[in-house]
Ligand binder design. Structure first.
Ligand SMILES: [Zn+2]
Length: 305
């Protein structure tokens, strides 16, 4: 649910597409010139219609918001310390490193009072790619949404998993946490961020500030907790590019420091919004991602076994 990244991702994709075959010369490492794709089909309809992962080895292609996933693994619908939610969406797929991460994190969370484990929200589609509804990112198999609702039981039926809702943990448009937010939520996010496989975590600004103010020990993990819009029914975990995926595009690194001043600034801006900048560039009109906007391997993945 990281919507602002979209225009950047599309701009980057368009730039690449605009380079054309002659643009290949900028990459001296390229083994052989490739012809740029001209496939203008809307990618989300194609990736959204595929029900199974490809059979090749697991590999991440492209970025979080313009990518795809080969050899995806399905998270078991129910495990000892988790349940995947909204099974009808068929978005409980990811790179094996994400599956491992979810299993291990949920086992740690299950030790906390009041938490039987984790309710796992959207991951990726079987072959990743853009989705027909909901997300801009979650495209390359290394993003996952975790529900803020502490699981009381892990035997929810399919129907219950469709109908049960998570809980919001914010008030004042995300400037503060509300009474659903507990010290255990802080602990869950700390556990989630302390794993070295994690690149960053998105959560509403009030939660980050609460964590900053309550942390009396090691603060290093706070750097990975990033304030963002929304993200009060769930938090969003993003892993770093895994080993063995040289075509995975990393995100610009999180700045140094714990980011607590930045989170405080977000909160101030929510409570007292700055006047709009008259010189701000007009938002560019978005268009749907087309197959040619994605890495070429993603086009091949559409028809791979
Ligand atoms: Zn998300």
């Amino acid at each position: 649910m990281v919507k602002i990244l979209n225009s950047c991702a599309i701009a980057a994709a368009l730039l690449l597409a605009a380079c054309g075959p002659s643009g290949q010369s900028t990459s001296t490492m390229s083994p052989a010139p490739k012809v740029a794709s001209t496939d203008t089909r809307v990618a989300k309809h194609l990736f959204g219609a595929i029900e199974n992962a490809s059979t090749d080895r697991p590999r991440v292609y492209g970025g979080y918001s313009t990518g795809c996933l080969a050899g995806g693994m399905q998270l078991a619908e129910t495990g000892p310390t988790w349940q995947a939610m909204r099974l009808s969406r068929n978005r409980n797929w990811g790179h094996p490193v994400l599956i491992d991460y979810i299993q291990e994190l949920s086992a740690k969370v299950a030790e906390l009072p009041g938490w039987e484990g984790l309710y796992v929200g959207d991951m990726s589609q079987p072959r990743g790619g853009p989705m027909r509804t909901g997300h801009v990112s979650h495209q390359n198999g290394i993003d996952v949404d975790m529900w803020m609702l502490p699981p009381k039981r892990l035997n929810l039926t399919r129907t219950e998993r469709e109908n049960l809702s998570s809980i919001s943990t914010r008030r004042s448009a995300g400037a503060y946490t509300n009474s659903n937010w507990t010290p255990e939520h802080r602990e869950v996010l700390k556990l989630a961020a302390s794993d070295p496989r994690v690149e960053r975590i998105f959560v509403f600004p009030g939660a980050k500030v609460d964590m900053c103010r309550n942390e009396t020990g090691d603060r290093s993990y706070l750097r990975k907790i990033r304030p963002w819009w929304g993200h009060h029914y769930h938090f969003h975990v993003r892993l770093s590019c895994p080993r063995g995926s040289p075509d995975c595009t990393p995100q610009v690194a999180v700045p140094a420091g714990d980011g607590c001043d930045d989170a405080e600034r977000w909160v101030r801006d929510i409570l007292d919004p700055p006047p709009p900048d008259p010189n701000a560039p007009k938002p560019k009109p978005r268009r749907e991602l087309q197959v040619r906007d994605l890495p070429q391997a993603c086009e091949a993945l559409l028809t791979a076994n």
